[in-house]
Design a protein around this ligand. Structure first.
Ligand code: URA
Ligand code: SF4
Length: 214
């Protein structure tokens, strides 16, 4: 079973975790991607935001949410009154998964599957243990799968104050902390929506729920 586990050092130092993640070969996704894109933000952030996986630009630059979805997320955070520099931003899967349209062609995002999500989860668990945030913002279905399981539905539960994520096997997996979670749509889903403005306003409304609790 593919897993990052043997690559994750027993430390809560984010710098050490990041350095180790650069060499992760826990699943096959490292083979075609440029680099590991680890989370980024203050070591003592109160809020952790969990996306899906790095996109094309994140893969090239080595930073999460710096492409079109990241710009939209910045704007939504601004409107909700949350300063991105106070947020630790990361992804469920740390390597870019893509399909190549043809030789030298555009790299097209491919959704990570359950095996890859499970393989990469030890990094997410380690980030939670290091940052010990009080709020987790779940951006889209992939992050929801990793944190709340396969039966969670964003459309049904978005914008609600939810209990801290805990797996049945290990309730303290995502760090033993008081806190809450809010799920919302992924910023990329806003970019794909028929009515972008309405989708954006919905994302902002959900982020405001987070801001009100802080
Ligand atoms: N989408 C994500 O989920 N994460 C990123 O870092 C960029 C786009
Ligand atoms: Fe390791 Fe995650 Fe990259 Fe797979 S996607 S190689 S588990 S960092």
């Amino acid at each position: 079973r593919p897993t990052a586990e043997p690559f994750v050092p027993a430390t809560t130092d984010l710098g050490e975790l990041r350095a180790a993640a650069a060499g992760c070969r826990g699943c096959h996704l490292y083979e075609d991607a440029t680099q590991t894109v680890f989370g980024e933000g203050p070591a003592r952030a109160r809020v952790i935001m969990v996306g899906e996986q790095p996109g094309d630009q994140e893969d090239r630059r080595g930073e999460p949410f710096v492409g079109p979805a990241g710009k939209l997320l910045d704007r939504a955070l601004g409107e909700a009154g949350i300063d991105r520099s106070l947020v630790y931003v990361t992804n469920t899967v740390k390597h870019f998964k893509f399909k190549q349209a043809g030789p030298g062609k555009r790299r097209i995002h491919a959704t990570p599957d359950r095996v890859e999500i499970t393989a990469c989860r030890p990094w997410l668990v380690a980030e939670f243990a290091a940052v010990r945030p009080t709020a987790v913002v779940v951006l889209g279905a992939t992050a929801a799968k990793a944190l709340f399981g396969a039966s969670f539905r964003i459309t049904r539960s978005r914008g609600e104050v939810l209990p801290w994520p805990a797996s049945a096997q290990n309730p303290a997996e995502f760090a033993p902390t008081e806190g809450f979670a809010v799920a919302t749509i992924h910023p990329s889903a806003v970019l794909r929506a028929d009515d972008r403005e309405q989708a954006f306003d919905g994302l902002v409304a959900d982020l405001k729920v987070v801001a009100e609790q802080l």
